[in-house]
Design a protein around this ligand. Structure first.
Ligand code: C2O
Ligand code: CU
Ligand code: CU
Length: 509
């Protein structure tokens, strides 16, 4: 059993150190399956650090879906959105008789929904009242200046306030979100509850208002029997934390009731640390209308969608058949290291009851939503190779999550780019797991994917800030940064980001 000793010692090192390496044992992870107590569920394989031997706690299901409460605008005039966001410890009641310590924005998890309009100025004062750790607010996907982006080089100390201010340009309407991004603490702060949706609305929106506009924010929860959230285990560090429950707006499998024939506009957010959501809507027809950075050119029908960590998608769902329509997960193999691969198929995330009474006639979705200009031909090209490495040292195996052979270093600039220049980025995944690639500061366009020598084009042109790069796959995208300053790019499995799979592009004026 000394192997287990390696693992535990390694885990302690990874948790305590700021170095971008997780330790793991040296010979074949797979034989851990045969070790007593090591073959269980992802949450329970490291008893010393987590909730040993407990099956997932049951959560109530079927409550009416809660819409995310909006963050009130204190400005009192149009054109300006002004508010305060306080990150602080709070408690939640996921199970009736137990309180769960969480982290919350303004007492809520997910945080309040921020809704502003294109052309608005946004002024949000962030108060870090988490306790004794730094935090930031990162405006994921939003076109904000580098010094307002809440990146790890710009921490907000424990107890401090920080004013973030930026303008929302015309054409920026889209489904963004906000979350902490402090060096070495992002994964924990997010899985403990800090994440919220930021919807930028268009002044003239082509999608009929009768469809409504509902954010469905998916988060991931693991609860120990006492109601607490266990710390990350070795399995979590390697694969990213995958908990026992997927929640929608903080609820497990909530219920939505609609009239037959209704159409609903839904914005789906994957705000989990590491869950890949391959989704289908049984008994209802899905049409994709938008991506991370706003509307597509035209609606595209879809039988299923894959939403990797941090991605968003905008759908119109048509509920034409009376009865039950469920949003469920399908199996998706994203690569898994060691034991405890989670059951990811067959989960019901949302249940829609479609009544027999017909809805009032709904206006049709227009055939064209908005133009998307393809970016100009790139003048520079870059290649980013993602690898997971293992190297032996005195205590066992060190595992690294690397980009171009390097782990993240806050003091190092990895790429120097020029504002306004179009670049081709080739993201090469030579690792054994999928890695969702995210770039700060701008939206990009995926040009093609290559896997096993086969090149495929994306089904539609879209603005994206996060794209899954499957194991063994290369994704080519074109991007242009408009503003100067340092920007992060990283894997959005937050444990991988934290363990080194991140770099800095310095954009020069
Ligand atoms: Cu959603 Cu660098 O983050
Ligand atoms: Cu981001
Ligand atoms: Cu990753």
């Amino acid at each position: 059993m000394h192997r287990r000793g390696f693992l535990v010692a390694g885990l302690a090192t990874a948790l305590a150190g700021s170095r971008a390496l997780a330790q793991m044992k040296m010979d074949g992870m797979s034989d851990m399956d045969s070790m007593p107590g090591m073959g269980g569920h992802a949450g329970h394989d490291m008893g010393a650090m987590g909730a040993m031997g407990q099956s997932p706690t049951a959560l109530p299901q079927g409550e009416a879906l809660r819409e995310l409460p909006p963050l009130a605008n204190e400005a009192g005039r149009s054109g300006l959105f002004r508010a305060r966001l306080t990150a602080e410890p709070a408690t939640a009641r996921f199970v009736a008789d137990r309180e769960t310590p969480i982290l919350a924005y303004n007492g809520m998890s997910p945080g309040p929904l921020i809704e502003a309009y294109e052309g608005d100025r946004v002024e949000i004062t962030f108060a870090n009242r988490i306790g004794d750790e730094p935090s930031t607010i990162h405006w994921h996907g939003m076109p904000v200046p580098a010094d307002q982006d809440g990146n790890p080089m710009d921490p907000v100390a424990a107890g401090a306030d920080r004013a973030y201010a930026f303008e929302l340009p015309e054409g920026s309407a889209g489904s963004y979100w906000y979350h902490p991004h402090p060096h070495g603490r992002t994964a924990e702060q997010v899985y403990r509850g800090l994440a919220g949706a930021f919807v930028v609305k268009a002044k003239a929106d082509p999608v009929p208002a009768a469809y409504g506009d509902t954010v469905l924010m998916f988060t991931d929860l693991r609860l120990a029997a006492d109601g607490s959230m266990p710390d990350n285990t070795m399995t979590d560090l390697m694969n990213g934390r995958v908990g026992d429950h997927v929640l929608v707006n903080g609820q497990k499998n909530p219920k939505l009731t609609v009239a037959m024939g209704a159409r609903r506009r839904l914005r789906l957010y994957n705000a989990t640390n590491a869950r890949f959501l391959r989704l289908a809507f049984g008994n209802a027809a899905m049409t994709v209308i938008g991506s991370d950075g706003g509307l597509l050119e035209k609606p595209v029908a879809a039988d299923e969608i894959l939403l990797s960590p941090a991605e968003r998608i905008e759908l119109v769902v048509a509920f034409d058949k009376p009865g039950t329509a469920s949003l469920t997960t399908l199996a998706y193999d994203r690569g898994w290291m060691g034991p405890g691969r989670p059951e990811d198929a067959g989960l019901t995330l949302l249940t829609v009851e479609v009544s027999d009474a017909p809805a009032e006639a709904m206006p049709p979705l227009p055939e064209r939503l908005r133009p998307i200009a393809p970016l100009a031909a790139p003048t520079v090209s870059r290649r980013l190779v993602f690898t997971e490495t293992m190297a032996m040292n005195a205590t066992g195996m060190e595992m690294g999550f690397l980009i171009n052979g390097k782990a993240f270093d806050m003091g190092r600039v990895d790429i120097v780019a020029k504002a306004g220049e179009t670049e081709l980025w080739e993201i090469v995944n030579q690792a054994d797991m999928d890695h969702p690639f995210h770039l700060h500061g701008t939206q990009f366009q995926v040009v093609e994917r290559e896997r096993g020598g086969k090149v495929s084009k994306p089904p539609y042109l879209a603005w994206k800030d996060t794209v899954n790069v499957a194991r063994g796959e290369t994704v080519r995208l074109i991007t242009r940064q408009e503003r100067p300053g340092p920007r992060m790019y990283h894997c959005h499995i937050l444990e991988h980001e934290q363990l080194g799979m991140m770099g800095i592009v310095d954009v020069q004026a």
